[in-house]
Design a protein around this ligand. Structure first.
Ligand SMILES: [Zn+2]
Length: 627
């Protein structure tokens, strides 16, 4: 048996045991494609799944907020090739391995040298009959995935809080794991937390606190390590619909329940588009503002930033995005981080289709146009920095932090490529293709190359594939000429108001009735650069940008306040940077400070803000500010 067929066997057995795939018969071409998807090497894990691979985890943990440590036992069921003599796990940030047992008996293990991105391999010697590997360990307070928050950093300010952020390769900092997106496992967990708090995971979750502080979890569908997640806090639960609900601190619950009241409608719209939701329940938890991302698609429980609570439901595209990941990413998963666009490009496409279903084409087109603006800026940035290869859809992140691939290229260039395919074949055909793609590849991994085979076998003949320059989109730099540029009627109206203002119409007489966040964002982004203090003041008096409770509006406004030395906004900006840890806002704001000759101010604020940030934001800002 060669390596490849061995892996096919291992993974076929594994998915056969644990997946809840659709029961559609597998077509001939799918078999071929599945072989192709197996033929990949993930350079961001030490694991050798072709030799020995985990299939299930039983995790028993005690969480100590005093010492900021998790003490746990991770017991893995494994499958292995007959010839395998060892199994390799990933670890990071001095995960303290206390003992390892094979089938209950002490086992030999070794921790290898540490790589700055990958961490250190944990190699366990296998016996001939080995079925289960148990690892006793303790996390380090600096474990990169885990953020420990003081009560002061929460909304209620009464209890501490904890959350993990494992994507891309930080899961290994809180449990020893085969940490590649192509390796899936089911898990059960028992977590002990301080009284008065509730633990939640990317699994079947409790909805009420209990006296014992012991919570149990079950994730029956196989997930990769980056989707294993834990959060602990003093939060309540409120059901929103038949399959949807929200967890939030009590002081945020009312606002959150209003803001996300349409979650169930989104789920219904998503199912209508691309087939049944496979995870039974879709809940969301509102985390404290230090959460580094907008949202994280942890299965059954999206982790979300509170900065999407705008009071008017205007930033809920993020919910549609995380929900869409329940298909693209969580169901059909990028095989390696080089294929990240398969997760994110599809998700942005799906997100905008959900938003279109709910709010109409004009609304979705605004989102696409804003995405297009982001994309142009990102591509320009990479080109100016001499990194044209980072504008390829298929990345090469060898010897790099896979976090480097989390740019608008995967999201927006990926989106526009799929939009081009849709335009080429027509929506009806494309929807059939996508639905089949998600169902036929559910709980499997996908490489870019396997996707191309699938695309050619099921949607585009070679002539059409070549005529749209698909390879150039996927393996080429920059933005091809046939990018289907979006066109938003609503933004045309905004442009007209900007022109009117530039020509002397007073700001407070502009026609801005019923503008959404998106129109305001477009307005602010497209204001001329180099505005005088008086002009800035006029806009601020008319539209109260500095006092805006909308984080997107504020962050866009800071670009002008920083570059135009509009001092009245400085305190608000400083407070924002200290309380919010969402990297999407931090990067452009600190960059604007840096590029406007305000490095001293940037560093002063950062010094105060840094302890509030999660490691992924810290890492980016450290680099940006030379910390
Ligand atoms: Zn995403």
């Amino acid at each position: 048996m060669n390596n490849l067929s061995c892996l096919v066997l291992v993974l076929t057995l594994f998915t056969g045991l644990t997946s809840c795939n659709s029961d559609k018969p597998v077509k001939e071409d799918k078999v071929e494609i599945q072989k192709e998807t197996m033929n990949f090497e993930d350079k961001h894990t030490y694991a050798k799944p072709k030799e020995a691979v985990i299939t299930h985890l039983d995790w028993k943990a005690t969480v100590d907020f005093e010492t900021k440590t998790i003490t746990a036992t991770a017991a893995y069921n494994i499958k292995r090739a007959a010839s395998a003599s060892k199994i390799i796990f990933d670890t990071k940030d001095s995960l303290d391995i206390l003992a390892v047992r094979i089938d209950g008996k002490p086992a030999n293990f070794e921790i290898g040298a540490t790589d700055k991105f990958l961490g250190a391999p944990l190699t366990v010697e296998l016996t001939k009959e080995a079925k289960q590997v148990e690892i006793d360990y303790k996390t380090n307070p600096s474990a990169a995935a885990v953020q420990w928050l003081s009560p002061q950093q929460t909304a209620n300010k009464t209890a501490p809080f904890l959350f993990t952020q494992s994507q891309a390769i930080l899961a290994r900092s809180w449990f020893p794991i085969q940490d590649g997106p192509g390796i899936r496992f089911t898990y059960n967990a028992e977590v002990t937390v301080p009284k008065g708090m509730i633990a939640l995971m990317s699994a079947e979750n409790p909805t009420e606190k209990n006296e014992s502080g012991v919570y149990t979890f079950s994730m029956k569908q196989p997930v990769p390590a980056y989707l294993m997640a834990l959060t602990i806090g003093d939060v309540d639960y409120k059901k929103l619909g038949a399959h949807t609900g929200i967890y939030a601190e009590s002081s945020l619950m009312e606002k959150a329940a209003y803001e996300f009241a349409e979650m169930e409608d989104m789920l219904v719209a998503a199912e209508k588009l691309y087939g049944k939701y496979q995870w039974e329940v879709y809940d969301m938890i509102i985390l404290p503002p230090s959460f580094p991302f907008g949202g994280m698609e942890n299965p059954r429980l999206t982790f979300a930033t509170p900065t999407i609570i705008a009071g008017d439901r205007s930033l809920t595209a993020l919910v549609a995005h995380e929900l869409a990941h329940s298909w693209s990413g969580n169901l059909v998963t990028n095989a390696t981080w080089d294929d990240f666009w398969l997760n994110e490009g599809f998700t942005v496409y799906f997100e905008r289709r959900i938003m279109e279903s709910l709010y109409g084409k004009d609304y979705a087109e605004m989102l696409a146009q804003l995405g297009y603006q982001d994309l142009l800026e990102t591509v320009d940035g990479y080109m100016e920095d001499g990194q044209p290869k980072d504008t390829h859809l298929k990345l090469d992140l060898n010897d790099r932090n896979p976090d480097d691939g989390m740019s608008d290229i995967a999201y927006e260039k990926g989106y526009f490529f799929l939009r081009l395919v849709e335009n080429t074949v027509g929506r009806e055909k494309f929807d059939v293709f996508l639905k089949d793609y998600f169902q036929g590849n559910a709980f499997k991994v996908m490489t870019t190359e396997a996707f191309i085979i699938h695309l050619k076998a099921n949607l585009l003949d070679s002539t059409t594939y070549n005529s749209i320059g698909a390879d150039n989109w996927i393996y080429g730099e920059g933005l091809p000429d046939n990018l289907p540029a979006p066109n938003s009627n609503k933004f045309e109206l905004v442009n007209a108001q900007i022109e009117a203002w530039k020509e002397g119409t007073a700001a407070n007489t502009l026609t801005v009735v019923d503008w959404t966040s998106h129109e305001w964002l477009h307005f602010i982004r497209n204001l001329p650069m180099g505005l005088s203090f008086d002009k800035m003041k006029e806009l601020d008096n008319a539209f109260k940008f500095t006092k805006s409770g909308n984080s997107e509006v504020l962050a866009a406004w800071f670009q002008h306040t920083i570059k135009n030395n509009y001092v009245p906004a400085n305190q608000v900006m400083k407070d924002f940077l200290i309380s919010v840890g969402r990297r999407k806002f931090l990067t452009p704001t600190y960059t604007a400070l840096k590029e406007s000759g305000k490095m001293a101010m940037a560093k002063e604020i950062y010094k105060e803000a840094r302890p509030n940030y999660h490691s992924v934001s810290k890492q980016t800002m450290d680099e940006l500010l030379g910390f």
